[in-house]
Design a protein around this ligand. Structure first.
Ligand code: ADP
Ligand code: MG
Length: 484
C-alpha cells in the first residue's frame, strides 16, 4: 500500500457562470462578449456619485431557473450586499453580491462517474452577483490595461458542499453543470472564453477521519481537464507535505497548466476583510411562489429526465443516452425523430454515426443541419424494410437527401437506383441460374467445401447489379444448396 492510499481527499467547488442576459446585472449596459474595450461602460457601471443600480429581472429569472432545476430552496426575500475591496478592474471599489441571503440554498447535482456510478453532489448555495472588469497583462509590454466591459455583467456563483473526493468526480460534476446551464439557456458554458469559471477547495485527511483537513483554494484553471489535473496534483502535494511532518498552509494557489502543478498566489493570513454590508441602493428582490411556478412551467425537459427516458423506455445504452443528451439541440432532434420511428436504437445509431460524421466533416452544428427528422425517419424505415441496404443508405441516399431536399426517401432511392431487390421469387430465379452455371462448384460445396457459399452469393449480387438484398440472397443460396 502506498502512502497515498492512507489518505482521502475532500473537495468543494465554487463555480461562476456568466449569464446570457442582454444587459448587465445592475445597469442597462450591454453584456455582450467581444465588444471593443471600454465601450459598454456607463456611469452606473462605474458607480459615479448620484447613480443608482437596478436589478436585472432576467438575471433573477435565470437564478430561479437554475434553483428549480437543482431542487434548491428558493429564497423569497433577496437582499444584496456590498463586498468591498480595491483592485484596478473594480471601478466602484466594491462588488454588489449576495452575502447572508443567497437566492438558492441546498439542492444537488448528480455527477455520472465511470461504470454508470452516480454521485450526488450537494449544493450549499447559489447567489447572484456582478463580475469585475478584466486586467489585460499581455497587450502592452510595460503596462497593465483594463477593459471594463465585463464590469457589472451578471454571474451566478454555485457553491458545493465538500462532497467531492477526486479530480475525476470534479470533472464529472462540472460536465453536468455545463450541460444543465446550457439546457436552461442561462449560460453558454464556455470555459475557454471564461463564461464558466471554477475554483477548487481541496484538503486531505486520513481515511476514517471525520474532521476535515486544512483547505487550499486553487484558481485559474481554464478547462475541465485542468481542474482535474490541478486537484490531482494538489492532493498529492498535500499528502507529501503532511508525510514530511509539515502543516498545510491555508492559502490560495494558482494552476500552471504547462507543468501541471500549483504554486502559491497568496496566504489566507493576509486575506482581505471585505466589510460586507447590505447594499443601501437596492431594495430586496421579492420572489413569490406564483413567480416560481411560472418559471417552473417554462423549463425545458432536463437532460437527467431525458437520460432516464432514453435508457429505460427506449432501452438505449448509457453511452448512447449520454451522447444524445449532451446538447439540447441534439436531444431535441432525437425526440422529434422518435416521433416518426420506433426503431429507437436505429435512430440513435444514425444520429451518432452518419449524421454526426456528416456534420463533423463540414464543421456544422445540429442547428445548421437542415434535414427534417421526419425525412431521416423515412430513410431509417427504408432500411428497416430492407428496401435499401444500410451502406447505400448511409453513403448515397443520406447525402443526396441532405443536398436535395424535397423528395421523399423512396423517390430519391428510386432515382439513384438504390432500391434493392428482396423479392424471393425473382432472386430465387437468379440463384437457380447461378447454380446451374457452375455444377462442379455446387458438387464441391455439397462435398463439404462450405466456404464456397460467399462466392455463390457474390455471383448472384453481380447478376443483380448489386441491388439484391444480400441477406435474402444468402439465405436463398444456402437453402437451395442444402436442399438436394
Ligand atoms: P471560505 O470561508 O474560505 O469561503 P467556505 O466554507 O465558504 O470557505 O467554503 C468554500 C468552499 O470550500 C465550499 O465549496 C466548501 O464546500 C469547500 N470547503 C470547505 N471546507 C473544506 C475543506 N476542509 N476541504 C475542502 N473543501 C472545503
Ligand atoms: Mg465562502
Amino acid at each position: 500500500m502506498s502512502i497515498y492510499d492512507k489518505y482521502e481527499a475532500v473537495i468543494g467547488l465554487e463555480c461562476h457562470i456568466q449569464l446570457l442576459t442582454h444587459t448587465k446585472m445592475y445597469s442597462n449596459d450591454l453584456a455582450e462578449y467581444g465588444a471593443l474595450p471600454n465601450t459598454n461602460v456607463s456611469v452606473v457601471s462605474l458607480g459615479h456619485p448620484g447613480t443608482l443600480p437596478m436589478v436585472n429581472k432576467r438575471a433573477v429569472e435565470f437564478a430561479v431557473r437554475l434553483g428549480i432545476a437543482v431542487n434548491a430552496t428558493i429564497r423569497k426575500e433577496n437582499q444584496f450586499a456590498r463586498k468591498n475591496y480595491f483592485y484596478a478592474d473594480l471601478p466602484k471599489g466594491y462588488q454588489i453580491t449576495q452575502d447572508k441571503t443567497p437566492i438558492c440554498n441546498g439542492g444537488y447535482i448528480i455527477a455520472k462517474l465511470k461504470d454508470g456510478i452516480e454521485k450526488q453532489v450537494n449544493l450549499t448555495r447559489i447567489h447572484m452577483e456582478e463580475d469585475a472588469g478584466k486586467s489585460l497583462h499581455d497587450i502592452d509590454p510595460f503596462e497593465t490595461l483594463v477593459d471594463l466591459n465585463r464590469a457589472g455583467t451578471p454571474l451566478l456563483e454555485i457553491v458545493t458542499e465538500p462532497d467531492l473526493r477526486s479530480g475525476e468526480e470534479a470533472y464529472a460534476y462540472l460536465t453536468e453543470v455545463r450541460k444543465l446551464v446550457r439546457y436552461l439557456d442561462i449560460c453558454d458554458g464556455n470555459m475557454e472564453e471564461g463564461s464558466l469559471r471554477c475554483d477548487a477547495n481541496i484538503s486531505v485527511r486520513l481515511k476514517g477521519e471525520t474532521a476535515f483537513g486544512k483547505k487550499v483554494e486553487v484558481k485559474n484553471m481554464n478547462s475541465f481537464r485542468n481542474v482535474q489535473r490541478a486537484i490531482d496534483f494538489e492532493i498529492k502535494r498535500q499528502i507529501d507535505v503532511i508525510e514530511n511532518g509539515e502543516p498545510i498552509a491555508g492559502e490560495t494557489r494558482s494552476f500552471d497548466a504547462v507543468n501541471g502543478s500549483t504554486f502559491t498566489l497568496r496566504s489566507k493570513e493576509n486575506a482581505n476583510d471585505y466589510r460586507y454590508f447590505p447594499e443601501p441602493d437596492l431594495l430586496p428582490v421579492l420572489v413569490t411562489s406564483d413567480y416560481i411556478e411560472k418559471v417552473k412551467a417554462s423549463l425545458p425537459v432536463l437532460p437527467s429526465v431525458l437520460f432516464k427516458t432514453y435508457t429505460e423506455e427506449y432501452k438505449l445504452s448509457d453511452y448512447d443516452a449520454t451522447q444524445l443528451t449532451e446538447l439540447k439541440e441534439v436531444s431535441a432532434y432525437y425526440n422529434e425523430l422518435v416521433k416518426h420511428t420506433t426503431n429507437y436504437k436505429g435512430a440513435a445509431n444514425w444520429m451518432l454515426g452518419t449524421v454526426r460524421s456528416y456534420m463533423n466533416e463540414r464543421a456544422m452544428t445540429i442547428k445548421e443541419f437542415a434535414m427534417p427528422p421526419a425525412t431521416l425517419a423515412e430513410i431509417i424505415a427504408l432500411v428497416d424494410a430492407q428496401k435499401v441496404s444500410v451502406s447505400a443508405a448511409q453513403q448515397r441516399l443520406f447525402p443526396a437527401m441532405v443536398e436535395t431536399p424535397g423528395a421523399t426517401a423512396e423517390e430519391m432511392a428510386q432515382k439513384l437506383d438504390l432500391l434493392q431487390n428482396s423479392d424471393a421469387g425473382e432472386l430465387g430465379a437468379m440463384v437457380d441460374a447461378v447454380l446451374a452455371k457452375m455444377p462442379e462448384k455446387v458438387a464441391e460445396y455439397r462435398g463439404g467445401k462450405v466456404g464456397l457459399l460467399g462466392m455463390f452469393v457474390g455471383q448472384v449480387m453481380g447478376m443483380s447489379k448489386g441491388k439484391a438484398d444480400p441477406k435474402v440472397v444468402n439465405q436463398l443460396v444456402k437453402e437451395k444448396l442444402d436442399k438436394a
